[in-house]
Design a protein. Structure first.
Ligand SMILES: Cc1cc2nc3c(=O)[nH]c(=O)nc-3n(C[C@H](O)[C@H](O)[C@H](O)COP(=O)(O)OP(=O)(O)OC[C@H]3O[C@@H](n4cnc5c(N)ncnc54)[C@H](O)[C@@H]3O)c2cc1C
Length: 515
């Protein structure tokens, strides 16, 4: 199915202010986070009216827009799936399986009635006068502009620009006689059977595309500038298998398996920080065993950074390595000099010939869904704000932002934030607050501020490219976006909503003086 793209200018909204529909909450995006938000809002705040606006024609986000061969998760679905809906398939799942799981959640909870598809939000303005957001969206099917207002904006927009992956500019790209495709814009009509394919990249996407294409291509070469860490193992989880053998109810299997996975992940993450060399040798040992003693693992699979400074992709059933061992795929570690008519000329002088080049070169991060934000008509630059626990921003009222984990499943954070937002909304309702925005406390006014992410902690290229537009971080946990699920799972439910860092307003501006 071809993806929809609209470049035409929107037609002005029809009607005046009377036409602006209003909701308590507006959720941006119907990916795995937006659907989590809607589910929890409906369960925890049943009297709250809400709408989800989604650019695409279906829910699913990442799992709907990505259609390249072999597309699958690289973390397990017990923790990437929701805590409230048991996952009963193999832990690493295809996009289709994830969409079908999300489809059940949408159907079982009648969430579809809240979703407006083909609505791409372009602008959002907060009015202090009215204590509400007004968003302007483009209906991509009719090219109409639609205006909707909401008391609270819940940003579940994901972290990268869908429909436009990141492709560096290489000299000679126009000369190439074959096709060049990015996994985020996978054309429906690509036939690679019997063809020579080069996949540029070394991350999770490359590791997925390479074995999938190697099944029918003549040969697939994974061309990387530098190597990445991988983990590999069976696409199964022992404890889940044992519990199922014992005929334990699936909801218990899900719960226990989640706990076991999170326990193991915590231990692994700790070891990556405490004994990185040992972990590195273990990871490389797995690969040496699969590729044999003559394979140059040092050159092709030994990164220069310590484990977990970038995401570690899980390769289920070692399919990437089995493809390499069988000669269907190979890895070249080199730099691109230029693209030629026939393929790629490398800095080493070697030429790789190809019929198809796949650029698995990453994302263009989009911090806030490419929405032009303003407050009382004044443009808002999120880089001027400080992040409150990676989910709110100083001086920005009634807005929560979902940005998940990299070192654990993304969704674990989406659900922690969902619980926080529901608690905050209930608190505001009970206290009659119309708006809330975090603010640095008096003793924090001179706090040293840093880039959003510490480069020594986690530093993939797409994130480093986006630091100039991301909010800032302070030197206390409240003012940081940590990657620490294991602490946040206890800290978030304990957040004191009456802490002075939450600045509440009890009326619309015109009434404040009278309060
Ligand atoms: C190939 C691939 C594999 C991945 N595998 C994993 C994994 O195994 N584990 C893991 O934890 N993470 C993984 N990730 C990261 C993944 O993106 C997230 O985990 C998760 O799917 C993000 O969900 P989300 O709902 O927050 O965002 P998204 O999936 O990005 O969905 C956001 C939605 O918001 C919509 N939207 C954005 N802006 C607007 C706007 N202005 N107006 C209206 N709608 C808008 C988009 O159309 C989209 O549908 C993977 C990412 C990719 C690309």
């Amino acid at each position: 199915m071809a993806k929809q793209r609209t470049t035409a200018r929107p037609r002005a909204p029809t009607g005046g202010e009377a036409m602006v529909e209003h909701f308590d909450v507006l959720i941006v995006g119907a990916g795995i986070s937006g659907v989590a938000g809607a589910y929890h809002l409906q369960k925890q705040c049943p009297d709250t009216s809400f709408v989800i606006l989604e650019t695409e024609e279906r829910f699913g986000g990442t799992w709907w827009t990505h259609r390249s061969p072999g597309i699958r998760s690289d973390s397990d679905l017990h923790t990437f799936g929701y805590r409230f809906k048991p996952w009963i398939g193999p832990p690493i799942a295809t996009a289709e399986e994830i969409l079908s799981y999300m489809g059940e959640v949408v159907e079982e909870n009648a969430l579809d009635r809240h979703i407006r598809y083909r609505h791409k939000i372009l602008k959002a303005d907060w009015s202090h006068e009215d204590s509400r957001w007004t968003v302007e969206a483009l209906r991509t099917d009719t090219n109409e502009a639609v205006r909707i207002s909401a008391n609270f904006l819940w940003m579940c927009q994901g972290y990268y620009r869908h429909n436009e992956g990141y492709t560096p500019e290489w000299e000679g790209m126009a000369d190439f006689k074959g096709r060049i495709a990015h996994p985020e814009n996978w054309p429906d009509d690509i036939d690679y059977a019997g063809k020579n394919v080069i996949v540029i990249g070394s991350g999770a996407t490359a590791a997925t595309v390479v074995p999938a294409m190697a099944e029918s291509a003549a040969h697939v070469t994974m061309l990387q500038r530098s190597p990445t860490f991988f983990r590999t193992g069976r696409n199964a989880i022992d404890i889940a298998e044992t519990l199922r053998e014992l005929d334990v109810d699936e909801s218990w299997v899900h719960e226990v398996t989640r706990k076991k996975i999170m326990f193991d992940q915590a231990a692994f993450t700790e070891r990556c920080f405490e004994t990185p060399d040992q972990v590195k040798q273990e990871l490389l040992g797995q690969i040496r065993e699969l590729l044999g003693p003559d394979y140059d693992v040092d050159k092709h699979f030994t990164p220069s950074y310590r484990p977990w400074r970038q995401r570690i992709a899980f390769v289920p059933d070692a399919d990437l390595f089995k493809g390499i061992a069988a000669g269907k795929a190979s890895v070249v570690t080199d730099e691109i000099d230029r693209i030629t008519e026939a393929g790629i000329l490398l800095r080493s002088g070697e030429t790789l010939e190809a019929d198809l080049i796949v650029t698995a070169t990453g994302f263009n991060m989009n911090v806030m869904g490419d929405i032009a934000f303003s407050i009382d008509g004044e443009p808002l630059d999120f880089h001027d704000t400080v992040t409150y626990r990676g989910m709110m921003f100083t001086g920005v009222p009634n807005l929560a932002w979902v940005f998940g984990y990299f070192r654990a499943s993304w969704t674990l954070r989406s659900e922690l934030i969902a619980d926080f937002v529901c608690r905050l909304l209930k608190h505001m309702h009970e206290t009659g607050a119309k708006s809330v925005a975090p603010a640095l406390r008096p003793e924090e006014k001179d706090m040293k501020l840093f880039d959003w992410m510490d480069e020594n902690d986690f530093n993939p290229n797409y994130l480093m490219r986006a630091l100039p537009v991301l909010p800032k971080r302070g030197d206390k946990r409240e003012w940081q976006h940590t990657q620490d699920y294991w602490r946040e799972k206890d800290e978030f439910p304990a957040i004191d909503l009456d802490d002075e860092l939450f600045v509440y307003r009890r009326g619309v501006r015109s009434n404040i003086a009278a309060e």
